[in-house]
Design a protein around this ligand. Sequence first.
Ligand SMILES: Cc1ncc(COP(=O)(O)O)c(C=O)c1O
Length: 449
Amino acid sequence: MSDLPAILDEFRKRTPKSAGLHASAADLIQGGVASPFRYYEPYPFFVERGKGGRIWDVDGNEYIDFNNCYGAIIAGHAHPEINRAIKEQAEKGSMFGIPGRITEKLLRELLRRYSSMRFFRFANSGAEATMYALRLARAYTGKDKIIKIEGCYHGCHDAVLISDKPHRPAHMGPAWAPTPVIESAGILPDTAKNTLVVPWNDTDALKSCLDRNLGEVACLIVEPIVANFGMCLPDKGYLEKVREITRHYNVVLIFDEVKVGIRLAPGGGTEVTGVRPDIICLSKAFGGGLPLAAFGATEDFWDMFYPLGEVIHFGTYNANPISMAASLACLTKVMTREAYKHTDRMGEKLRKGIEDSIRRHGIRAVPAGIGPMLTVFFMEKKPRNYRETLVNDKDQWLKWYMSMINKGLFFTAPSAYEETFISAGNTEKDIDEALERIDSAFKELPKKT
Ligand SMILES: Cc1ncc(COP(=O)(O)O)c(C=O)c1O
């Protein structure tokens, strides 16, 4: 079945209860979803429960889950160790707004994993972590401007909701010096004056941006391995050069490890790339399935925070004990060296199987990624930056994606720019079955022309 209307008809037939629930939700909340990323045509399926690497929808359909809540689930759904930790803490009380023992344990575990950091502070979402990281960099340098990478998402706050996924070429400016594009109504035009944008994998463009804004730039925020216009690895030597340049220009280097942190290795993107930033942001996998984030920095930033310094970081829910308990159980009991080997192996097997399948069926597509994360681009070659992804054939992707949902595989979040996040709960059997479903979805697609 290679035409989209037929694929969507099949989806409707499989999910009548989801259709009903979505219709009533859509009258209560815009689009019927709590975060617009969750919406897709004709409506999203509604989930009932999850266990390990699988989820079930309200119509009783079973899916292999490789989306794993946009990467927030790394242990697998309803992991018994994490559930036990949550229940034990809930019995003692869910929140106090008073320091407790568990915070220290989790901080020590984080510092063990990210040994180049002097401290971490807790927040509740990736957006909060990046917001505080930028504030810290600005306070430390006394400068106003920040630089981000074109196509990258760092949370839903004003300073970074710029050139997240610009799509109108007329607004984007030249590739070597992109025009900052505001991505939401309600963001002040002046915000774009302080958020500069550069392409990924281009150190000349970065240097040129710094020269044009000499003495005005506080920081550069990057994902050490891009996971926001699909997976896009740094060219050899790129991050090392970025580190050198940021030092030379006295610009703070922030690694936004919200997606890759904790996941790619115990010490995340920093461990995998070997490059040491000044500030690191974590969330998603770090929370063990509960809302939790952290941002950390090197010794130089230690005395910047109130009560030692003047940077403010408040929050009623900071270091909430239930999230701390889930995170600690996840980091110390589930994500062992063995678990990392398992997720890496599963990722490798999936990428290899997809490559074989693409070749077998003569489809113009290419898998890209690292460890347990991967994106399938419907284009000839892996992209090196955001603009190269603009030729990705999103119509092909959509047919393939929806047909996999019909076959019981939730491969990624519903966007061609997302990636799979294999969890420790995904088994060899999940990968084998997923590869059969992926292969059958490729088989139904129109071939290369
Ligand atoms: C790299 C990156 N940073 C920050 C965020 C924002 O995280 P949150 O959705 O928890 O606010 C995301 C979300 O996907 C992300 O991918």
